[in-house]
Design a protein around this ligand. Structure first.
Ligand code: HEM
Length: 526
């Protein structure tokens, strides 16, 4: 009874807010011309969620149904419209409380257009809902920490300089979190895998010793989990009702630590306590100093670090968790594991461990496993959202997308397209490394020309983005996830006990398998 009333109340609030927005929108003259252009545009493209003669309140019903229908609508539009006609289609979504235009793969080139024509900013902000996570507006409106990622994380030397620290952290984290017992232990798979990869990521973010502070780790893990589930839920709520989460407990621990590092930096010290010259904080401090004294406030720096925590989670925890689930629940698991183990031991013996970039770069099969998991278990149905902000966007064949339209790409459907991938629904762990397998001496030489390594972006692999905003963190993420996966493959037996048969979708997000169970035990050395 109570829940029925609650549902009614929620529905009334949702519909009331929607109508209020509509009325407000129609009263505002500011964007009237653009609005008229968009209305004309929506009439020229097929709407996959609203039948042509949908009747009374069709748009509202379409928007509300988007909560559960985005995946099926997008897949049907992809085959019939994106592929067959190379045209955009309209997808109603309560994410924007309007339609978004789903563009065909042939339009991917627009992702390299200047910000004055299409911008990523608004959509990126709304995708991870940072305003509801971080209380300081300057952190997400003035993303100088992105500049630090773009400068250091795409520099092979800087990424290589992180490999020893992440290898060490992965090793310590396995011992701390998974333990060394040869007895089977049953755990929540998402949590067990997430803890390992987060430890490595946080090590690179803030270095020793704070990355091992248990309270900080736990708080940032809870905060990050709230972000990943919160993002899915917040995006389904009308903007006026979206909650403000914040992160006071993480900041409480981070701020004194940041103060300390600023003091050391001002005294001319460069190295972290583990002797490393690089961690993200060490790169961030000089950048913020350059931007002006207001950017050096320790709380501001700490908030910038927390923003990156969010990116690690949405990216690395999600991908790593699903890679382990996909690999260990595959019917071909034994053959895959034999191939992976052989590769890990061979490379580790050649390089005296997996602590260098040179060694990690040789792990081609491991590389392929993660890329394949990113393909089949991707995070969202549509992605790479942009807003048209300049002149109308010309897609050719007379199609002009007017200013103010949000456009997205059907990445999930592209990743499952049999034109690009044979037997696309199958998790084929060595799909990307198989073409380069030869005698062991040949592998390294041939793989130099390997086109589809984990970090390679192509029009049919969009999990790290495409064009000018492609992910700058991908080289670091790949290196670290490979080290962590090698740790499991070499040292543990793993069995997946349960995972959802079918992946759940909420609006645009593929809900992660947070309830999956697995068991593991430490391998006994032969
Ligand atoms: C497996 C892990 C990751 C995945 C799947 C991932 C995915 C993505 C994608 C798809 C984009 C493009 C978004 C768009 O075009 O709208 C992106 C951008 C970005 N990523 Fe990642 N990412 C990951 C890890 C990281 C890490 C570790 C960092 C480092 C701190 C990072 C930093 C960034 C930044 C700063 C951007 C924005 C780039 C720009 O706007 O120019 N990412 N990421």
């Amino acid at each position: 009874m109570v829940s029925g009333q609650l549902l009614l109340l929620l529905a009334a609030i949702v519909i009331g807010t929607f109508l209020a927005r509509r009325i407000w929108g129609s009263l505002s003259h500011r964007d009237k011309q653009d609005k008229l252009e968009r209305e004309k545009f929506w009439k020229t493209v097929e709407n996959v969620g609203i039948p042509p003669r949908g009747g009374f309140f069709a748009q509202t019903r379409g928007l509300l149904s988007s909560l559960t229908s985005v995946q099926s609508w997008t897949h049907s539009g992809y085959g019939r419209i994106s592929k067959a006609q190379k045209l955009p289609f309209a997808l109603p979504t309560i994410w924007t409380w309007d339609n978004v235009a789903v563009l065909p793969p042939s339009a991917l080139r627009i992702l390299s257009k200047p910000e004055s024509e299409v911008t990523a900013f608004g959509a990126q902000l709304e995708t991870i809902q940072l305003p509801y996570m971080i209380s300081d507006r300057d952190i997400y409106m003035n993303v100088i920490h992105f500049d630090v990622a773009r400068k250091h994380l795409v520099n092979p030397k800087d990424v290589a300089s992180l490999a020893a620290a992440t290898a060490d952290e992965v090793d310590v984290a396995f011992t701390d979190v998974w333990g060394t017992s040869p007895e089977w232990k049953t755990v929540n798979a998402w949590d067990a895998c997430g803890r390992i990869i987060m430890r490595a990521a946080i090590r690179v973010l803030i270095g020793l010793p704070t990355c091992r502070d248990e309270t900080y780790f736990e708080q940032s893990r809870l905060f990050s989990d709230a972000v990943i589930m919160g993002t899915a839920m917040i995006n389904t709520m009308p903007p006026l009702l979206r909650p403000v989460y914040h992160q006071a407990r993480c900041l409480k621990i981070l701020v004194p630590f940041v103060e300390d590092r600023i003091r050391i930096w001002k005294q001319g010290g460069e190295k972290g306590e583990d002797g490393s010259e690089n961690d993200f904080l060490q790169w961030l401090i000089p950048k913020c100093a350059k931007e002006g004294p207001e950017q050096m406030a320790p709380t501001k720096l700490a908030n910038r670090l927390l923003t990156f925590n969010v990116m690690f989670v949405i990216g690395m925890v999600y991908v790593f968790g699903h890679t382990v689930l996909d690999l260990y629940s595959s019917p071909n698991k034994d053959a895959y594991l034999a191939g992976l183990e052989a590769e890990c031991h061979r490379v580790s013996a050649q390089h005296d461990g997996l602590t260098s970039r040179a060694a990690v770069d040789q792990l081609h099969r491991l590389d392929s496993v993660i890329r394949e998991s990113m393909r089949v278990s991707d995070i969202a149905v549509t992605a790479l959202a942009r807003d048209v902000v300049g002149k109308p966007l010309d897609l050719g064949a007379g199609v002009q997308v007017p200013r103010g339209t949000r456009v997205v790409f059907p990445t999930h459907a592209i990743h499952r397209d049999e034109e690009y991938y044979e037997d696309p629904l199958r998790f084929d762990a060595f799909r990307f490394s198989r073409p380069f397998e030869g005698s062991s001496e040949d592998v390294a030489a041939e793989a130099k020309d390997q086109k589809d390594s984990l970090t390679t972006i192509t029009p049919s692999f969009l999990a790290f983005g495409y064009g000018k905003h492609a992910c700058p963190g991908r080289f670091f993420a790949a290196q670290t996830m490979k080290q962590a996966l090698a740790g499991i493959v070499m040292d543990y037996d793993v069995e997946i006990i349960s995972r959802p048969e079918k992946r759940q979708v909420m609006l645009n997000m593929m809900i992660p398998a947070v309830d999956a169970q697995m068991r593991y035990r430490r391998k006994t050395k032969k």
